[in-house]
Ligand binder design. Structure first.
Ligand SMILES: Cc1cc2nc3c(=O)[nH]c(=O)nc-3n(C[C@H](O)[C@H](O)[C@H](O)COP(=O)(O)OP(=O)(O)OC[C@H]3O[C@@H](n4cnc5c(N)ncnc54)[C@H](O)[C@@H]3O)c2cc1C
Length: 324
């Protein structure tokens, strides 16, 4: 038995272990566009496939147990009133070392099987098919740019989305999304080939084509996923010093809340200290913004806030009026 898969480390390992259990010689080619050691590799407006979601809900605990059984350590964190939008007494679980640690742990196991051929820096581009349409392998492009065929009885596609394909971003998500930076460098390998390969042989589409999960990222940081979470007891402006969204709508965190989680909590995701200044104009200078414009935006915002008492631990009704 043999099959080809993109990174799908969990699928690969599952297959190899199942073959071992059945006493069969399993052979697998694991084709990965990224380099070895590199960290490679988010809503639907009601368009999500409910059957798929229900299956995922059922299988998440099984998957988490599978990871634990393979040496992945999970950190548990209980927090009352973590974010005011969530219920209190939340229980959070996240992998020690992040997603990279999961991939590393699974690959350590995969390497113990003789039947596993890991093909790094190899991009799968097309599915190979027999005349009757049966999939019989995959055409890949190696780092030297040349194409080669990997034949197999089964192919599992696990190539992520199209975050790394500017053309597809512009086409499906909307104008100017092609200028967005990647939240993590490894996403550049998610070129949408997995989706295109399936579509080429007649796969159906499901879910939202134009949805996107974006985060505010600290562009000064060099680490991946340097998300800035605390932006609610304040305002966010663009390079023209203009606010561009309702900061009160989602995550409600600030330094006080973030400090409660340190060290080791997921909210601690940038490695840079914030810029500070005693004056708005001074802060603008440090950030490369127009001091007068920033002061104007802040003054207008402050003038629109009511006189309610500020209470960090509950939705206190302190808000702007007549100001969007
Ligand atoms: C910064 C960040 C934070 C996230 N946080 C969360 C979270 O908290 N909770 C949550 O549920 N989800 C989160 N997600 C989303 C989650 O990581 C993804 O939904 C999930 O990883 C998708 O899994 P996948 O196996 O489909 O693809 P991926 O994990 O993206 O893996 C695809 C792999 O295939 C490789 N590849 C792509 N194309 C090819 C090709 N043509 N040939 C060969 N190899 C190829 C890529 O290099 C990559 O290794 C987050 C994502 C990011 C980027």
């Amino acid at each position: 038995m043999s099959f080809v898969s993109e990174v799908g480390s969990m699928t690969t390992l599952n297959f190899l272990e199942e073959c071992k259990k059945l006493g069969k010689k399993g052979k697998v080619a694991l084709i990965e566009a990224g380099k070895e050691g590199e960290r490679c590799g988010a809503s639907s407006n009601g368009l999500a496939d409910q059957e798929y979601c229900a299956k995922m809900e059922k299988e998440v605990p099984i998957t988490a147990q599978y990871l634990l059984d393979h040496g992945v350590k999970l950190n548990h964190h209980d927090e009352k009133n973590v974010l005011l939008e969530f219920n209190t007494n939340q229980h959070f679980v996240f992998p020690e070392g992040g997603g990279h640690a999961i991939v590393n742990a699974l690959f350590d196991h995969i390497r113990t099987f003789d039947g596993a051929n890991i093909m790094w820096e190899t991009q799968a581009e097309h599915l190979l098919t027999e005349d009757n349409g049966t999939v019989c392998g995959v055409q890949v492009r190696k780092s030297d740019g040349l194409l080669t065929k990997v034949r197999s009885k089964k192919v599992m596609l696990a190539c992520g989305g199209f975050e790394g394909n500017r053309e597809m971003l512009g086409k499906y998500v909307g104008p100017r999304t092609e200028h967005l930076e990647l939240i993590a460098p490894g996403l550049k390998y998610n070129t949408g080939f997995g989706l295109k390969m399936g579509l080429e042989v007649g796969a159906a589409v499901a879910g939202s084509m134009s949805g996107m999960h974006c985060e505010l990222v600290d562009t000064r940081a060099t680490k991946p996923d340097a998300v800035i979470w605390g932006h609610n007891y304040g305002i966010v402006v663009n390079k023209n010093c203009k606010r561009f969204y309702d900061e009160g709508k989602r995550h409600i965190t600030d330094k006080t809340i973030m400090d409660r989680f340190r060290p080791g909590w997921v909210y601690d995701t940038t490695d840079k200290e914030p810029e500070q200044s005693d004056t708005i104009e001074g802060l603008a200078e440090k950030l490369g913004l127009d001091p007068k414009e920033l002061k104007k935006t802040v003054d207008e915002f402050n003038a629109a806030i009511n006189i309610n008492e500020f209470d960090l631990m509950k939705l206190d009704g302190k808000r702007t009026t007549g100001y969007s």
